[in-house]
Design a protein around this ligand. Structure first.
Ligand code: SF4
Length: 353
């Protein structure tokens, strides 16, 4: 997310208020979501009054440092078009530039981030952010399919990770197979999900689940497993079509058969209305509300329904690259992009299992 520098101070104040609210009302998520809306609306209002000459602040960045993945989900919208990964030192240089520009949350994603060196590449970058860039106070999250995570990695790098999200679209092995959420016939995605959940509890990492609602799981009931797994957030996305990724000419996937209408998506949400940690995100909320950095450290502009890259921030600097990001700050705030993302501010009960 890019936010003006003047508003950073105000954001910090709002973050403190938000933390107090989160602690006090942890069991009343519906109420929390209402407060998020107030926070968001207030920050937006501040930003409208900011000077256009002020530098933008990339508050929350999603770094898709690899497009490679060991799964083959039919709706994937960040497909393996290249196998390029930056040299470690170049990636560190880019992260330093982002930290200097005000980044406060960094999410590692892919592809599958544990494909590269079993997670060592990412682990070293995470450690770098939490030690060399400690002054920047960056919270770290990861989105993974979970299949390649090893306990050794958790022991080595877990202390530096604030939140780990594992993708799970079904608790039924046949459905996962039909979606493509597997590597080989013997993958047990659900068993690994539970294993990773246990490790997160042991290593005090906030656990999150991401689900993409599609034609294969739209009628499935998740509540029992979600209740057992106790994620701090259950993010539920509507399957999204992006030209050049999972739709249209030149795309590596054709996700049309996975697509669900707004009505079907809302039906899924209604059937899970009692699940307090559910955070819904339909196609409208998703579009343009993420600051996406690709494997070359180029921001990806999704304004035209496809991913159009900016120049690399390594070549032109953060401010210049941000101008081509297509990022919509208001959409980011309205979808609740600012939330409790540092494990230091979470309760023991939220981190343990
Ligand atoms: S696990 Fe994620 S990155 Fe891999 S194919 Fe599935 S959606 Fe794409």
């Amino acid at each position: 997310m890019a936010i003006s520098a003047t508003n950073m101070q105000l954001l910090k104040i709002m973050e403190s208020v938000w933390n107090v609210v989160c602690r006090g009302l942890a069991s009343v998520v519906t109420a929390l979501m209402g407060v998020t809306g107030v926070v968001a609306a207030t920050v937006v209002a501040w930003n409208r009054t900011a000077s256009v000459d002020e530098p933008a602040v990339p508050l929350s960045v999603n770094y898709h440092f690899t497009r490679q993945c060991n799964y083959s989900c039919g709706f994937c919208f960040h497909t393996a078009k290249t196998s390029f990964v930056l040299p470690l030192d170049e990636a560190k240089r880019g992260l330093t530039m982002l930290a200097e520009a005000g980044m406060k949350k960094l999410n590692f994603s892919g592809g599958e981030p544990f494909v590269r060196d079993g997670g060592r590449f990412m682990g070293e970058l995470i450690k770098y952010c939490k030690t060399e860039l400690r002054w920047a106070g960056i919270s770290i999250s990861i989105v993974s399919n979970g299949s390649l995570i090893q306990e050794k990695w958790m022991r080595q790098y877990g202390e530096h990770v604030d939140m780990l999200a594992v993708s799970c679209d079904s608790f039924n092995a046949d459905t996962n197979r039909m979606i493509g959420r597997q590597q080989g016939a013997r993958t047990d995605h659900v068993a690994k999900l539970y294993q990773v959940r246990e490790w997160c509890g042991q290593h005090k990492i906030a656990f999150k689940i991401n689900t993409v609602v599609n034609t294969y799981n739209v009628n499935e009931l998740f509540a029992e497993h979600i209740d057992r797994l106790r994620p701090v957030r259950w993010k539920v996305f509507q399957c999204l079509l992006l030209e050049g990724e999972n739709a249209g000419e030149g795309a590596l996937r054709n996700a049309a058969r996975f697509y669900v209408t707004d009505e079907e998506f809302n039906g899924f949400l209604r059937r899970h209305a009692e699940v307090q940690m559910l955070v819904p995100e339909n196609n409208n909320a998703m579009r343009d509300s993420y600051l996406i950095l690709d494997e070359y450290m180029r921001f990806l502009n999704c304004r035209n329904g496809k991913k159009e890259p900016s120049a690399s921030l390594l070549d032109v600097g953060v401010q210049h690259a941000l101008r081509g990001s297509g990022f919509d700050e208001q959409a980011f705030l309205e979808r609740g992009g600012v939330y409790l993302w540092s494990k230091q501010q979470m309760s023991k009960a939220e981190l343990e299992w």
